[in-house]
Design a protein around this ligand. Sequence first.
Ligand SMILES: [Zn+2]
Length: 497
Amino acid sequence: MKSVGAEFMRRRMLVVMLIWSFCLFGGTVWMALLMLTGWKPWSMVSGNFNELAERQQWNEVNVTTNGPVFLDRNGYAMNHISRVFEVLPAQCAMPSWTNRVVKETAITVARPVIGVATKDAGGVVGLEKSLDRDIRTPFAYVPKIRWTMNATGNTCETSYINAGAPYYPLHVQTTIDRSIQEDIEQILNNFRVKKGAVVILDMRTADVIVMASRPVWRISPQSWRNTALEAVAPGSIFKLVTWLAMAQQVDRIPKQEVKCTGHGDRINGVRCWSEAGHGQMNGLEALVQSCNAWFAGNAKDVSMIQLKTIARRLGLFQRIGSEGQWSGEQSGDFAIGADDMYERAQSMIGQRNVRMTPLQAANLMVTIWNEGKVATPRVVTAITDARGMVRKQFPVKWLSGIRVGLPVEYAALKVALRNTVERGTGKILHNSVLGVAGKTGTAQNTNTEHQWFIGYTPADAPKYAFAVVIEDLSPNLSSQVLPLTKEIVTRMSKNKM
Ligand SMILES: [Zn+2]
């Protein structure tokens, strides 16, 4: 009986050993398979890392995306300098970069100027698009931080990847003043401007200091427009061009007079906006009062071709922005049809088919102040790498070609621009902190109106040229654009340049 019991035990041992060896083999196969997928069995041993174990625990965090940093004219970042996707554990804090480790937020100053880039398509709008080829960082060069916690979880070891490629992110040096831009945006919000634009240029160089656009951008790409670059009817601000055209065709300072008898009467199909009429008008007073009758009454003196030619020499009806910086900029338009008195009269007051952009309108003020010298406005001066080495430069450029007018004509025009504010259609602006000179405009659309004011400030020795437009307002509203301009000029007076 004993031998039977021993035999049973032996068999049972054999079965157990078979099962055990089967499990061991299977377990080894499983472990091998798991290790192939990246599982590290030694990572299960806690409290006793060896050097190799710790190396396997590295995590990686992008310091930046592969996009550039846009800097304003004073060197302040306009988009987030570090767009880090993860926040490191507090133990990993390292004084040199902890302050840059933030979650990405979408705040960007002057978004319609800077635009949008997507990971797949690159730059799709704005400077991100115009400069796309020059500003992308190859993904292999995107700086990363590697970090790992030690066994106790109390300390952290860190190192950089791509620290040896110190050129990125690139820096785009813009001409925008972040502080003024943000304040102008706030003013536009306060005035509840739904559609329109504000452009402020440096009078010496035509560099863009502020460019604001409404409607505000939403998530949908359909809302990604920059109205400062879109052409709309200019209305009476175009009379400055007409006046200069007449000065070239007729008389240095047009002296011929026209009697304005008011809104009830038409001259070449055009009514003056003044109910009672302006009475006897000459060329300069017609600008100050923005009298339609005087311009319409002189339609015989300037052909459509002449008007268009002069306008082009003043920088209109062409993309005027500095080359390679303004994706989506429109050229504006001046369609020539019958060239009859009716068409001329309408075009001379900036109606009918005349179209120009707020950027062109602000630049026209730079042109007039500089006596016909036409600049091509910049918003970027240079692209540099992270060490400050220049990769590409965009110098100030003036349009070559025939210059319109003589100093004496511009001097007369500047007096008219001042008088417009002192006692003419812009007199709400008269007591602004800085003196203002400029021209009002109201353009009739089918069912709406655009209100314009273009000018410069201070009036004596201007530092800024600007264009302000509110589009698609209900007809016959009181002026919305002049109180808005007054706020804008008041803000600019606080800035020293
Ligand atoms: Zn009139």
